[in-house]
Ligand binder design. Structure first.
Ligand code: GN1
Ligand code: MG
Length: 364
């Protein structure tokens, strides 16, 4: 791996000499490395990322989106750190090349400056959870005047829950990995939730909610925090920034951060929605966006959490049924375990909906 990383750094003309690297493990799609160079003035650390081109079929388009979005945020909040992607310097090119390179096997790479920070895969401190909510809310607000038609749709129908569920049922019928007979009870559970889980995206498609420019992958570990003050520094992982629903950004964050267990907890007895964490996140997020959203959007937040959780359960189960081509797995049943965990969480969100709805109304 070191040879490949050195070659990527060389293409970006990074100053100094390659010193060391670590693999960064959070993330199910791209491969991420923290790479340190030694220079005359000390050490400098970068994030090298190999983009998964099975998932992102047109990676140049992601880089174009990211360039536009980060430039917009930098213009609006010049005092804040934003993600800085390195460019290649092509001789004769006035704007200094492009923000990606290829390795010898055609792999697609990008390099950004490392921001000294901490991230949380899980967190119990309500003030940090509230701050994560504020950070994602602020991100959405910063992009509220960004023209969404300038963005490429990097993964078509990414949060089209109806399409995701229909794909699951179609793949269950095709049964290419011979696993459908293992999951008949799970498939029945998806049928039970079909109507409730597809309602928001159907209403969105019918124009009942305004399209917003959304992040679409609001896992808590996509917020970088200052090590000392624990204040949010920046929102990362901008590959899926596209027009979408505000409620799904809220919901996806809650799904990840307010789960009493990990996203892939095998013991579903441990899985439930932590109402305290939900409240802290809602205070941060909704407090930040409520003036720029309609009351229908605020009212749809809890349903967003339920729908996106069912959607992800369906994506995990679909990946299991098709031989695990999409999400990184650590063991053969990993996607099935993830699907069970997310289904259990969705059911808990549903049963707590009246209470959660009350909390959201009060904040909104
Ligand atoms: C993927 O790679 P990561 O962790 O940023 C996925 C998200 C899922 C998430 C579940 C492009 O995100 O949609 O919610 O896994 N990203 C893509 O852990 O599919
Ligand atoms: Mg991601």
């Amino acid at each position: 791996m070191q040879d490949i990383l050195t070659e990527i750094g060389r293409q970006f003309c990074l100053p100094g000499t390659f010193s060391s690297y670590d693999t960064v493990k959070n993330g199910n799609i791209n491969q991420t490395y923290k790479v340190t160079y030694r220079t005359d003035s000390g050490e400098k650390t970068y994030i090298f990322q190999k983009v998964n081109t099975h998932v992102f079929r047109n990676p140049e388009e992601i880089m174009e989106n990211i360039g536009r979005v980060t430039a917009h945020i930098r213009r609006k909040c010049p005092e804040r750190p934003t993600l800085f992607f390195h460019r290649t310097f092509l001789s004769g090119s006035p704007d200094g090349g492009v923000n990606f390179v290829h390795d010898a096997d055609g792999g697609f790479w990008r390099v950004m400056d490392y921001l000294d920070s901490v991230v949380f895969d899980s967190c119990d401190d309500p003030s940090v959870i509230r701050a994560a909510g504020k950070a994602f809310g602020e991100f959405q607000r910063q992009l509220s005047d960004f023209d969404g038609s300038l963005l490429h749709e990097t993964i078509p129908d990414f949060h089209n829950t109806r399409r995701r569920l229909d794909t699951l049922f179609a793949d269950a019928r095709r049964d290419i990995a011979g696993r459908t007979s293992d999951v008949l009870p799970e498939l029945r559970r998806f049928r039970t939730y079909y109507k409730e889980a597809t309602d928001l995206c159907d209403r969105f498609a019918a124009g009942k909610f305004p399209p917003r420019v959304t992040h679409n992958d609001t896992k808590a570990n996509n917020v970088l925090f200052d090590r000392k003050t624990l204040r949010p520094l920046a929102v990362i992982d901008l590959d899926t920034v596209m027009p979408g629903m505000a409620m799904y950004d809220f919901g996806d964050a809650v799904r990840f951060l307010a789960n009493t267990a990990a996203e892939d907890e095998p013991d579903t007895e441990k899985v439930s929605l932590d109402v305290g964490k939900f409240t802290a996140f809602a205070e941060g997020f909704i407090g930040e966006v409520k003036d720029s959203l309609t009351s229908e959007e605020i009212d749809g937040m809890v349903q967003g959490a339920f729908s996106v959780t069912v959607e992800l359960a369906a994506r995990f189960l679909d990946d299991y049924l098709t031989g695990d081509p999409y999400f990184r797995t650590d063991y053969p049943e990993h996607n099935l375990v993830r699907a069970h965990c997310q289904l259990r969480l969705a059911e808990d969100i549903l049963s707590k909906t009246p209470l959660l709805q009350q909390i959201v109304r009060k904040i909104g």
